[in-house]
Every structure is written in C-alpha cells, then in structure tokens.
Design a protein around this ligand. Sequence first.
Ligand SMILES: C[S@@+](CC[C@H](N)C(=O)[O-])C[C@H]1O[C@@H](n2cnc3c(N)ncnc32)[C@H](O)[C@@H]1O
Length: 249
Amino acid sequence: LEFDLLAEHYDATRGGEGRGDEYASELDPLLGPADGLVLEIGVGTGVVALGLVRRGRRVVGLDVSLPMLSRAKSRLGQALVQSDATQMAIATSSVDCAVSVWVLHAVKDPTALFREAARVIRPGGSYVVCTAQHAASDDVVGRIIKDMSERVDERRRALRPRGVSIEEVIEWALPAGFRATVRHFDRTWASTKDEELYAIENRVWPALRELDDTDAAEVTAAAIDALRVIPKSVFSRRATADVVVFDLP
Ligand SMILES: C[S@@+](CC[C@H](N)C(=O)[O-])C[C@H]1O[C@@H](n2cnc3c(N)ncnc32)[C@H](O)[C@@H]1O
C-alpha cells in the first residue's frame, strides 16, 4: 500500500502536529454541535484528529493503512478503525459528522467513499472535506512545486490526475445525496530549502513514486535547480486551502 511506505516520514514532511492543529482550528467550527461524534476518514498519523480532540471533540479515526494507524494510536489511543473508506466497518447512522483532509486524491473509487459517508453519518449531519491547496502567487517555492506537479501529472497521464478540483469532488458527492457549500482558508507556514529539497529528492509524494527513476529525475531536475539558487534558506510558504462542507438532508 502506498501510504504504508510513507508512514515513517509522513509527519516530518507534511507539517506534523503544527499543521494538524492549524487544520483543526479551521475545521472545528464547521463540524456541527460540540458534543457530536466525529469520524475522521483517512486519519493518517492522527495529527488533525489530535487538534480536534484538544478542542474538546470526540473523534474516531479510520484508515486503511496499519503503519499510519500505529502512529495515530500514540495520539488517539483506541479510537481507531482499520478499514477501507469505500467499505467502512462503521455502523449506519452512527456518527454525527465526518471529516477528511488530503484523502480524496488517494481513493480509487471516490463515489463509493461518498456513498459510504452518507450511510455512516446520521441524517442532518455533515462531511467536511479538504481536498487541495493552491500556492499563493507570491509564494516562490510554492510556484516551483506547482510547476513540477504539473509535469508529474503529464507523465502520469494514464492514471487519474492527483489534483482534485472542487467541481470533481462535488460531482462524486451528489449521487449520495449531499448538498455542497464551498469555503476557503489561507495558510502560512515556515519551511526551509533543505526540507523542500529533501521532499523532492526522496520522492515523498506518492505521485512522484509512481514514476520510474528516469522520469522522476527528468520532472524534478528544474525544480531542484530553481530551489538550489534561492538565496534564502528559511522562508514562509502561503497557500489557499479548499474546503467543501457536504450536508445531508
Ligand atoms: C495524505 S494522507 C492524509 C492523512 C491525514 N488526513 C492528514 O491530513 O495528515 C492520506 C491518508 O488516507 C488514507 N487512505 C487512502 N486511501 C484510503 C482508503 N481507500 N480507505 C481508507 N483510508 C485511505 C491513507 O492511508 C493515508 O493515511
């Protein structure tokens, strides 16, 4: 499984608990009544769930990857379920709402995921989904990575593109009976030249791992050179994150 291989480096390369807390602070107000039970679908290492728990939420995490879940366990204890999101081992109408951060691009049958979400969330509940983020126009490093990602997607044309647009996500959700509201929030985080180079050179993103070594070297060369010549070694990154709140009738 692709995320099994990433579990070890996931926190170090994706912002860890700091990013989890940031997402939790943005998502908490969208998750309905404070005493409701929240299911995090694709909980990963549990950093977002931990942020929600710290805000007084009751959270159960679900993920297909055991190595990811074993890291989440140290943060969330036993409130974890190993299951595929397209066939959840979760009782019907048993949670008040659900949330997913950076998961949909990785799910092979997203329509089935939404069908299952509509089953496990109680009527009147909601499913809050964070799909992609878009680098701000003044985020030089973000633009370099965006250009590289576009070249990666060209090489992987046969597969589904990684970028998940709001329109696609809404199309997947509508057959399950959800009503969509689109929101955005701005993110700022610190990064270093070494971290960004490490991520590219070690192909920490699943999309880069799908390429063979020659293709990967070709699509990353320009980004690596562009990063190497940036004079600063520490910089702040900026992006706008997409959020879609799906409500059930
Ligand atoms: C990019 S990680 C995001 C983890 C976490 N939400 C976060 O923001 O840190 C995507 C997660 O989705 C999980 N995942 C991918 N496909 C899945 C599926 N079909 N069912 C359940 N989990 C899945 C992966 O195992 C991984 O932990």
